[in-house]
Every structure is written in C-alpha cells, then in structure tokens.
Design a protein around this ligand. Structure first.
Ligand SMILES: [Zn+2]
Length: 261
C-alpha cells in the first residue's frame, strides 16, 4: 500500500475489521449505486471516502432545485445538468485514486443485466417501486448481492439480499407496490433521513466486501421522529416470483466481466 494511502485511510486502518487486508478488499471492490439522488448522494460519498476502488453510478435524471434539500452532491450551479456527470466529477475530485463509471441509462431488464454483471455488489438507491422490482429481479437472477434502502418522509428501511445464499428478496417484503407510479414526487423526504439510510447502505456494502455479517433476511426500520431502529426478520415467501426457485448452483457466480474497468 502506498504511503499516501496509509495516511488517507489511517483512521479506518485502525479498525480491527478493516486493517491493510480489508482496505485492499475495498480497493479491489466493484460497487454499483443505482440512483444518484438523496440515498445515492450519501452512499456514493461514503463509498468513495472509504476507498472502494471501482464505483459505478446509474441515473438518467437532471438536477432540479427541489432535489437540493437532500441530494447533497449537487449545488445550484448544477441545475438542469445530468446528475451522473456532476456526481462523477465531484467523486473523482474527492478521491482521485478510485475509478468512477457513470451509466446514463434508464434501467430495463436487458441493460440492467449487462450493467450489473460488471459489479460485485448493487446498491438500490432509487425512488420508485418499479425500478426496485427490476433491480431486485436482475440482481437475484444473476446472483449479485443487493443492498436495498428506501425512505419516506422521516422514516427509512434497509435490507441486504444475498441470492447466492438464497435469502429472502425485496419481493418477499413487498409482493405488490401501492402503485407502480409511486415516485419521490408524491411524498415528502427529509434530507437527513435519506442521508442516514444512504450511509447505512454504504456501510452494508462495505461489510459485504469485508466479509462481515449483514442485514440478510432482516429488515431495519428507522423512524426519525420517534428515534427508533427496529430489526425484524423477513420471512422468505415460498411462492415468491423472484427468489423461490432461484437456487444458486456452482458455476453461476463469478462470471464478472471486467472489460469496462
Ligand atoms: Zn423473494
């Protein structure tokens, strides 16, 4: 490890679970964040801060003024510009030693599979159920670990899905959505709450990289007003359309194409 890295990451190298060996795992990891909004802003910043060496971001939106109460990667000068372009520049400036890849694409079943296969871990930081279902399905069917976070007003949830271990999935928690048109524009969000859940998504990804225990088959429910964190067990649904019959067999994992890096 370079002397500069020893200094930059000094305070986390002191953590028993990280040290030099764990830091090298972080340098080598490939994490994709779907959504560069409120959750994505904090998740991306903390992944970059930790030295996760290859970070992808996927979004097709532009910055608007109403984003700025929670999407802390952006400032008023960024209005009407593509989020991923701004986010990539800021993250590269923040940590010039890591690789940032921007995917300006609206996810579909086809392109999600193509994009996801380049990554070790996917972070769901989107703002609508239809995208969440799509991300869950493609990640599960391709056996890629998925960290799921969501916020609404002053509350948030967090869970981690490990298809290779046949855990429960997002569809097990929410078999149907309130409405597939349910978007961030229809409910309130406090920026600090998005920041908390986004940071926790980064932490889950970091723990996965380090081989530590995560929120698999569990859901964390955070209520900001009441100041409570509760963890509940998720019951895997035997008839879940995504995860019920998707059992991992040796040989399907590790098919990671690295040409984009
Ligand atoms: Zn399921």
């Amino acid at each position: 490890m370079h002397t500069k890295d020893l200094e930059r990451y000094q305070r986390q190298l002191l953590i028993e679970h990280i040290s030099i060996k764990g830091q090298q795992k972080l340098f080598d990891a490939k994490v994709l964040v779907c959504g560069a909004g409120g959750l994505g802003s904090s998740a991306l910043m903390y992944l970059a801060a930790a030295g996760v060496g290859n970070i992808g971001l996927c979004d097709f939106d532009v910055v608007s003024l109403s984003n700025l109460n929670r999407q802390i990667l952006y400032v008023p000068d960024d209005l009407r510009k593509q989020k991923i372009i701004i986010a990539k520049k800021k993250l590269e400036k923040f940590n010039p030693d890591i690789k940032i890849i921007a995917h300006f694409e609206k996810l579909t079943l086809d392109n999600a599979k193509r994009i996801f296969k380049n990554y070790d871990i996917i972070i769901d930081a989107v703002d609508n159920f239809s995208s969440r279902y799509l991300i869950n399905e493609v990640a599960y069917k391709n056996f890629i670990p998925l960290v799921c976070g969501a916020v609404c007003e002053c509350e948030g949830i967090l869970t981690t899905i490990i298809p290779k271990e046949n855990t429960s999935c997002f569809r097990c928690i929410y078999p149907t959505s309130p409405s597939l048109n349910f978007t961030s524009k229809t409910f309130g969000i406090l920026g600090a709450v998005a920041g908390i859940i986004g940071s926790m998504e980064a932490l889950e990804a970091i723990k996965l990289i380090l081989g530590l225990d995560c929120l698999k088959n569990k859901i964390l429910i955070f209520k900001g007003i009441e100041n409570t964190y509760r963890i509940r067990t998720i019951i895997k649904k035997n008839n879940c359309e995504v995860c019920a019959n998707n059992v991992f067999t040796k040989g399907e994992w590790g098919n990671v194409k690295t040409e984009d890096w």
